[in-house]
Design a protein around this ligand. Structure first.
Ligand code: GCW
Length: 702
């Protein structure tokens, strides 16, 4: 490409880059970016292609994103041909030619073939420099999955602009609802020292298209807005910028009082407005592309505008004005229990809709409302949140939880892509599917990373990080495709073991639903740590903290009546959806007890009685965790021994937990309904009192 004014800046022959082999067999640190050596034909093709990597410069300027893309290609290609290529007969070129193109989505990349004499090249172009990073990772992913470089052609544009991780990491290193060790952010040593892990974190995110990170817990400490933290954050922002990542901060609404010396945080007070404006200016001086603020306000005791009689819109708009066109306020729609101790007798699942829908149209243009997938709280299964589609004049984004607070925390397998697919595909009846409604805005996932060597505590939880990014990039990808990609890159490309793993993954979330929260039950977990079953808890201070509030089980029946005879949460959905769900025979049985309180002997469309169906569902969950242990055991020859052993141990814990959930739940339901277990069901081995007596003082993540 010399003739076109493109300069060969790097002239890197990938074979020359030989990376050291991992020290121990496999510890999971490399995630899906292991770049395991190819074999057979795929290897032969890549050895022949073995490209020279070129980056274009503009009058001597080489954008750092292009350098990152080139480095990653060199690293990945070098590893995939490891030991097999001397570069002598190679004929390939990869040219990184992304630049700011007018009128093109800045993140779009295109990979197209070209010829140069007898050489073959792939040219990566894109909307902006950063698109080449996405293009490079996409090339590597395709090649790692066995694609032929000589026929490779890609053209991808992300489906939504904001693809974000929300960390619930506290500045003291503790991660709220984190099950993978301590926080990955070493605030103590910043800004002077940057942990190399921060670069690997950025690589992993960029490889799946994540482009925004809120670094601190939404239950925020105000001091993270102080100058010393801004300097620390600026160091991270600088390190991540070449990877296309913008930083956000969770902001505590009362910061003007907490750290600003003001007597109030009232959003309509001019001194408060001026304080936030000055704070924003200070941040932008250090971080010119700062993303903005993420805010949890007037929820679970957090401060907010309602403390001053102002609305969520007043609060969000005040912060939005401080940021101006420079950034975005992401205001969480997870609002309930404004103050601890205050009563709100509205069905908790209805409170966000009730508070926020009347504000539709009042939020500033640079405010986004971030809505959890379901109306309660990241339960193993919930119907889609009725806010989706109900606020057409407000920018809505989806919040998903990657960390498995309510789905087994870090034990066993719960591959969450099917859960997210379920909400993304849900037809709201008002403006399309959830995926269509959020497409102009984006989605955020509560991160599951930690200081564990493998990042996520269990190896399989990396699949959830991966899947979240891939779905945000392209919600049309199926859970199955994503599982296959991840497995091939993470464990093995061999079809038979790969498919065995994919199958384990695809069914795993449903298994957790089966043994923890069958038939639309929810919020049955232990108080505080949220670990294990505690459906018997009925005496906590606030009604909606109690599992009893949600299952409403008694001698006669079980389930929450949310039809017109009950809380009428159904009325928050369209009349068509409400009509379908109002009737036990027509509702999707997966949501049955979410919306209906039914007698234990209610006859289901399956022909079984409700009680029989419940027991059978718990039992299916238990037996599937057993079966998964066997499938995994048979994969010994295909998985490196360290990771195999770690996962075998995780799966054993999961099947013990499944049994525990089943037995403790059944013991409790039986204490109410006095019904015998159906014929053939295994007896419950311990007394209800024994299950109730278990305590977990060391459970992490609270
Ligand atoms: O699921 C609940 C968690 C809280 C969390 C809250 C929220 C950050 O138990 O730990 O607080 O959701 O989303 O704000």
């Amino acid at each position: 490409m010399r003739g076109r004014g493109l300069v060969n800046r790097l002239a890197m022959i990938v074979a020359a880059v030989v990376l050291p082999a991992p020290l121990c067999a496999e510890d999971g640190y490399d995630l899906w970016l292991r770049y395991a050596p190819l074999e057979g034909e795929a290897l032969a093709r890549l050895v022949r292609f073995n490209p020279e990597i070129r980056i274009n410069d503009h009058a001597g300027y080489v954008d750092p994103s292009l350098e990152v893309a080139a480095e990653e290609l060199a690293r990945g290609l070098g590893a995939m041909v490891k030991g097999a290529a001397d570069g002598k007969d190679a004929d390939g070129i990869i040219e990184l030619a992304c630049e700011g193109l007018e009128g093109v989505n800045s993140e779009r990349f295109v990979v197209k073939p070209f010829r140069e004499h007898d050489r073959f090249g792939l040219r990566v172009t894109g909307g902006d420099y950063g698109a080449c990073v996405y293009g490079a990772f996409a090339i590597l992913r395709e090649l790692s999955l066995g694609a032929d470089p000589y026929t490779l052609a890609l053209d991808e544009t992300p489906a939504m602009p904001l693809r974000m991780l929300n960390h619930w990491d506290n500045p003291d290193g503790h991660v709220e609802r984190g099950y993978a060790g301590r926080s990955i952010f070493e605030w103590w040593h910043l800004p002077e020292k940057l942990d190399p892990r921060m670069i690997d974190y950025a690589r992993a995110n960029a490889s799946i298209g994540i482009n925004a990170v809120a670094v601190n817990n939404v239950n925020a400490r105000a001091f993270m807005l102080e100058p010393r933290y801004i300097a620390k954050l600026a160091r991270l922002a600088d390190a991540w910028r070449p990877y296309g990542i913008r930083v956000f901060l969770s902001a505590r609404f009362s910061a003007p009082r907490d750290i600003g010396g003001l007597a109030t945080a009232d959003p309509l007070d001019p001194a408060v407005q001026a304080w936030w404006r000055a704070k924003a200016d200070e941040i932008y001086a250090a971080i010119p592309d700062f993303g903005g603020f993420l805010v949890k306000a007037n929820s679970e005791g957090q401060p907010g505008p309602q403390d001053y009689g102002r609305s969520h819109a007043d609060g969000a708009n005040m912060l939005a004005a401080a940021l101006g066109e420079r950034g975005t306020v992401i205001w969480r729609a997870f609002v309930y229990a404004v103050e601890y101790g205050a009563e709100d007798s509205t069905d908790r699942t209805m409170q966000a809709y009730a508070e926020l829908v009347p504000l539709d149209g009042q939020f500033a243009d640079n405010v986004i409302l971030q809505v959890k997938n379901g109306p309660l709280d990241f339960q193993p299964r919930e119907p889609f949140h009725p806010l989706f589609g109900a606020m057409p004049q407000t920018r809505l984004m989806l919040e998903a939880q990657i960390t498995r607070e309510y789905l087994g925390q870090a034990t066993g397998i719960a591959y969450l892509a099917p859960m997210w697919e379920e909400v993304l595909e849900a037809g709201t009846g008002r403006g399309g599917t959830v995926a269509q409604i959020i497409a102009p805005v984006g989605m955020a996932g509560v991160a599951n990373t930690g200081s564990s060597r493998n990042w996520t505590g269990t190896h399989f939880d990396a699949a959830n990080w991966y899947a979240f990014g891939r779905l945000a990039w392209n919600p049309a990808l199926t859970s199955e495709q994503i599982a296959r990609e991840w497995t091939a890159q993470t464990f093995t490309r061999d079809a038979a073991p790969r498919e065995a793993v994919v199958h384990m993954m695809l069914t795993s979330r449903e298994t957790v639903v089966d043994y923890t929260a069958p038939l639309g039950l929810a919020h049955l977990m232990g108080t505080g740590h949220h670990y294990g079953p505690a459906p018997w808890v009925c005496d906590l201070e606030r009604p909606e903290w109690n599992p009893c509030y949600y299952h409403r089980a008694d001698a006669a029946g079980i389930g929450f009546d949310r039809t017109a005879t009950g809380s009428n949460a159904l009325a928050q959905y369209t009349p068509e959806i409400a009509a379908q769900w109002a009737d036990p025979p027509t509702i999707d049985p997966r949501y049955l007890l979410w919306f209906h309180h039914l007698p234990w002997d209610h006859r289901l469309t399956s022909g079984r009685r409700l009680w029989e169906e419940l027991v059978a569902t718990y039992d299916r969950g238990v037996s599937e965790t057993e079966a998964r242990k066997q499938v995994w055991a048979a994969l010994v020859p295909h998985i490196d021994p360290d990771r195999h052993a770690a996962i075998a141990a995780d799966l054993a814990i999961q099947s013990t937990e499944a049994r525990w959930w089943r037995n403790a739940s059944l013991a409790y339901w039986q204490s109410l309904n006095r019904l015998p277990l159906p014929d053939g069901a295994a007896p419950v081995p311990e007394s209800l009192a024994a299950y109730q007596a278990r305590t977990f003082p060391e459970a992490p993540g609270q």
